[in-house]
Design a protein around this ligand. Structure first.
Ligand SMILES: N[C@@H](CCC(=O)N[C@@H](CS)C(=O)NCC(=O)O)C(=O)O
Length: 203
């Protein structure tokens, strides 16, 4: 089994954090955006979309999509239960996980791709769209600060995949999308301190 990852990229990072939480270690091959090998025919056999992460199983089959890879490991290693424990918890984790992906991580990546010089010449950039998404992100951070007013983690009182997705979104915001946590977002700042100091945060 082998994980194909991309240096500095948020989606592979959430899989690596998930695996570290599950105490799984496996061979990892890191691609680099600049080299573009993930867009070459050899890799496109593994994922025709040319995107990472990809998990290659021992029989040669591949699993693409970060959350599908995480689910694969969660099926094999139930502890800690990062997709929720009871049926009610699993529903909440699903809801917050999708919220964090669609309302935070994807728009954060849009800001990065549409406004950062790193992507110039690699992808079509529409700076006005990036700025629109940037404005939405300011609102979303306020929303999450409110959500965290009465709970420790995104989906409740336990660290889950919803936190991991939010964590890599905030990392992306700070690193490449000009989005810091505002000083008055005290709940979000408290959550960020808790998740970013976990031993797995640098996986
Ligand atoms: N929905 C996919 C998204 C995968 C994705 O967009 N990966 C980005 C890195 S965060 C990528 O491989 N980008 C390389 C490129 O666009 O060339 C997942 O969650 O795995």
């Amino acid at each position: 089994m082998k994980l194909y990852s991309l240096k500095g990229a948020p989606n592979p990072r959430r899989v690596r954090i998930f695996l570290a939480e599950k105490r799984v270690s496996l061979p990892v091959e890191e691609f680099e955006l600049e080299k573009g090998l993930h867009r070459q025919p050899d890799f496109l056999k593994r994922n025709p979309l040319g995107l990472l992460p990809v998990l290659e199983l021992d029989d040669g089959r591949t699993i693409c999509e970060s959350v599908a890879i995480c689910r694969h490991f969660d099926e094999m290693i139930p502890e800690p239960p990062l997709f929720g424990r009871s049926s009610r918890e699993r529903v909440d984790v699903e809801m917050w996980s999708r919220h964090m992906e669609h309302e935070l991580l994807v728009p954060m990546i849009d800001v990065f791709v549409h406004t950062h010089p790193l992507w110039a010449g690699k992808r079509a950039q529409i700076p006005a769209y990036g700025e629109l998404r940037h404005g939405q992100m300011t609102e979303r951070l306020r929303w999450i600060d409110e959500v965290l007013k009465d709970r420790e983690f995104i989906a409740g009182d336990r660290y889950t995949i919803a936190d991991i997705t939010a964590q890599v979104a905030v990392l992306t915001g700070r690193a490449v999308a000009r989005l810091e946590i505002p000083d008055d977002h005290t709940n979000l700042a408290r959550w960020w301190k808790a998740v970013s100091t976990r031993p797995t945060a640098r996986a």
